[in-house]
Design a protein around this ligand. Structure first.
Ligand code: AQP
Length: 343
C-alpha cells in the first residue's frame, strides 16, 4: 500500500447530540483548528447528525444542536473558506459508502467495540441497529474523503483501528489499493478530559449531571462554580508529572489547564507545584473563562443568524460532494455495480 499517493486530507466529526463540552473542545475542535491553520492538509469537519440518531434525538433539538455545533466550530476558529464544513446528512455518499462497509465489516468486529458495549449496556436487544453499525458509518465518513489523518480524542482510538481494518479488508477482497490506512492523530494534554465529579469517567455531553462537565455555552459564573466544586483530593499539587499518579481528579484539572494554556503538563507543574487546590482552582477558573467566554459569545451571535449557518452548510456540502461523488462511483465500479449511462 502506497500511502503517499493520497492527498494529505484531514476528516473529523462531532455528533450534534447535545451541547458541546470542554472535552469536545480540547480533545477535538481545538486540534481541528490547529490542523487547519498549520497548512499542508485539506480539512473537512462534519456534524455527524446520522450518527446522533443512533440514539433517540428530539427532532427540534437535533436541528438546534446541529446549528449550535456549526456555530461552535466557527467561533472556535474553523474558517468555512479554509475548511469544508458540513452536516453529514447533506452529503449522501457517507451513508451510501456506509452501506458498502456494512457488507465488509464483520459482526464480531462490531461486537467487540467498547463504545457499543458501554452505550448499549445490558439492554443490547433494545439498542438500535444503527448504534451497532456506528463504526462502519464512521469508517465511511473518513474513507469517502480518502482522509489520511483523523484528529480525535482517545475514546475514538478503537474505532479508528476498525476503520483501518475495513479499508484493508476492502482492498484485500477486491485486490485494489484504493482506500488509505488512515492515521489517528491523538495528541496533546487533553486527549481524555474526565468528568469533574468522577476522575475515572469521561466528560460527556450526555452525562446526567451538568456539574460533571463544562458546556461551551456556560457563563463565567457557571464555569467558576463547576471548577470550585470539582472533586479533588486534599494534597497539594506535585512539581512533577509522576506525582499525579493515582490522583485522577488532580491530573484531570492540570491537564485541562495545560491544554487551555497551550503548555505542557511539566511546565504547568513547574509553576503550580506545591499549591493547594484552594489556590489552583481559581487560577483554572480564570483561565477557562478567559479562553471560553469569547467563543461562547461568538456562538450566541452566530445562533442569531441561522440562515447564515444553513448557507455555510449548504455550500460546504457542494464542495464536499466534488470529492465524495467520484470516490463513491469508483467504489461502486470496483464492487461491480453497473453505472448509469448519460443520454
Ligand atoms: N471527554 C473528552 N475528552 C477528549 N475528547 C473528547 N471527545 C469527546 N469527549 C471527549 C472527542 O470529541 C469528538 C466528538 O465526540 P462525539 O460527540 O462525536 O462523541 P462522543 O465521544 O461520544 O462525545 P460525548 O460528549 O461523550 O457524546 P455523547 O455523550 O453523546 O456520547 C471525538 O473526537 C471525541 O474523541
Amino acid at each position: 500500500m502506497t500511502q503517499d499517493k493520497f492527498t494529505p486530507r484531514v476528516f473529523s466529526g462531532i455528533q450534534p447530540s447535545g451541547g458541546l463540552t470542554l472535552g469536545n473542545y480540547l480533545g477535538a475542535i481545538k486540534r481541528f483548528v490547529d490542523m487547519q491553520d498549520q497548512g499542508g492538509f485539506e480539512t473537512v469537519y462534519c456534524m455527524v447528525d446520522l450518527h446522533a440518531i443512533t440514539v433517540w434525538q428530539d427532532p427540534a433539538d437535533l436541528t438546534r444542536n446541529t446549528r449550535e455545533l456549526c456555530a461552535g466550530f466557527i467561533a472556535s476558529g474553523i474558517d468555512p473558506e479554509k475548511s469544508i464544513l458540513i452536516n453529514q446528512s447533506q452529503v449522501p455518499e457517507h451513508a451510501q459508502l456506509g452501506w458498502v462497509f456494512n457488507c465488509v465489516a464483520r459482526m464480531g468486529w462490531m461486537g467487540r467495540m467498547t463504545q457499543w458495549k458501554d452505550k448499549a449496556g445490558k439492554n443490547s436487544e433494545n439498542a438500535s441497529l444503527g448504534l451497532f453499525g456506528y463504526p462502519a458509518l464512521m469508517a465511511a465518513d473518513i474513507l469517502i474523503y480518502h482522509a489520511t489523518h483523523v484528529p480525535v480524542g482517545e475514546d475514538q482510538k478503537q474505532h479508528l483501528e476498525l476503520t483501518r481494518d475495513i479499508a484493508a479488508k476492502f482492498n484485500h477482497d477486491y485486490k485494489v489499493d484504493f482506500f488509505p490506512l488512515t492515521e489517528p492523530v491523538i495528541e496533546g494534554a487533553a486527549t481524555r478530559v474526565m468528568s469533574l465529579r468522577d476522575g475515572s469517567k469521561k466528560m460527556s455531553k450526555s452525562d446526567p449531571s451538568d456539574m460533571a462537565r463544562i458546556n461551551m455555552t456556560d457563563d463565567a459564573d457557571a464555569i467558576a462554580k463547576k471548577i470550585r466544586k470539582a472533586k479533588t483530593d486534599p494534597d497539594a499539587l506535585p512539581s512533577e508529572v509522576k506525582g499525579l499518579e493515582n490522583r485522577p481528579e488532580a491530573r484531570n484539572l492540570v491537564n485541562i489547564y495545560a491544554a487551555l494554556n497551550d503548555q505542557s503538563v511539566d511546565a504547568v507543574l513547574r509553576d503550580v507545584g506545591g499549591r493547594q487546590f484552594g489556590e489552583f482552582k481559581p487560577m483554572l477558573a480564570d483561565l477557562a473563562v478567559a479562553k471560553l467566554a469569547p467563543i461562547s459569545s461568538e456562538m450566541a451571535r452566530l445562533m442569531g443568524h441561522p440562515d447564515e449557518i444553513d448557507r455555510i452548510l449548504t455550500r460546504g456540502a457542494e464542495r464536499a460532494r466534488a470529492i465524495t461523488a467520484p470516490i463513491l462511483r469508483k467504489t461502486y465500479d470496483i464492487v461491480g455495480m453497473v453505472p448509469p449511462v448519460s443520454g
